[in-house]
Write a protein that binds this ligand. Sequence first.
Ligand code: NI
Length: 392
Amino acid sequence: MPTLLSEAAALEAEIIALRRDIHRHPELGRSEIATSVLVERTLNALGIETRRIADTGIVGELRGAEPGPIVALRADMDALPIQEQTGLAFASETPGAMHACGHDLHTAALLGAAKLLAARRDSIHGAVRFLFQPDEEGDGGAQRMIDAGCMEGVSAVFGAHVAPELPVGTIGVRFGKAYAASNPFDIALRGRSAHGAEPHLGADAIVAASALVGAIQTLVSREISPLDPAVISIGSFHAGTARNIIADEAHLSGIIRCFGAETRAHLTRRLTALAEGVAAAHGVQADVRIQWGYSGIINDPTMTALVRDSAAGLLGQGAVTVEQEPSLTTEDFGAFLEHAPGSFWHIGVGRPGSPCVPLHNPRFNPDESALRFAAALHAQVAMDALSHLSKS
Ligand code: NI
């Protein structure tokens, strides 16, 4: 029987055409209209039943010849509000929107995998569920898909992201901590204004906020283990209207990024306590608002080993990098992992010898030959996970 990799190579032109079509017509989160129609049409043509979910999301289900567990594979479909500057023949035709995070490749590769798996339907025991997710960059399409039931009956879930720092033809896996939990926050400090020459008659919000910015630096450095990666960054600080007026308000905005529920609970609770304490010490009021962003990704060890071994079998041992360092960026794939064990892996799209253009850059131009590796590995992981689950 030909390997999934040789079958994927035979499909390469078709997968690249899908990717270019999606790339040419990028759609921002919650408006993936044409993209979801393309996904639906492609899956239906393979005999895969689909349903629409969470507005622009699509769930496809490939049922094998025999009953068995369900393995889910996820791709995100949304683009970014960036004006493309690649100059490619298939560059975005939508002003101000671009697939600069590779979600066009994610969608096309998973459609390629659907085709590979549909051809093996007879040897599938169980089902493969395809999750085409809207709005990863925005509000969390994953959670809305889950709320609508996409994880019901799923025993394992896998997803992948392009990685420009890994050369094309290689795959990266991370055991355990992979992507951070995110908590954006806003703090308003309210004092009392007075003439700049008579500060004792007011309550200075700028002095209080300055002390708070300094104090916040101690939360990670003094309260979190140095072996547990975490960061708190203040990205905006606005206060005051004129040089001779004591500011009655100051506004700080920032993000907390860390791993695991415990560290997250500690930092969010302590940020609030610290802001209220520093404010009280300066005679001003603090209003702290912390949002509950993505919960991050902690990969399951068994499922990550399965991806590593599937990739090594398909591409050779040398093509697999076990990445040691987690990233403090975030990803909403973690929401699926709250409902089933799984793993999120990386597809090398770097061009050897060329400088690495990072994600979210208007010149991001991944190597498309990665598509056949990604499609083949998605399919291999699904087959291997189904056989692993039926044995356990
Ligand atoms: Ni992305």
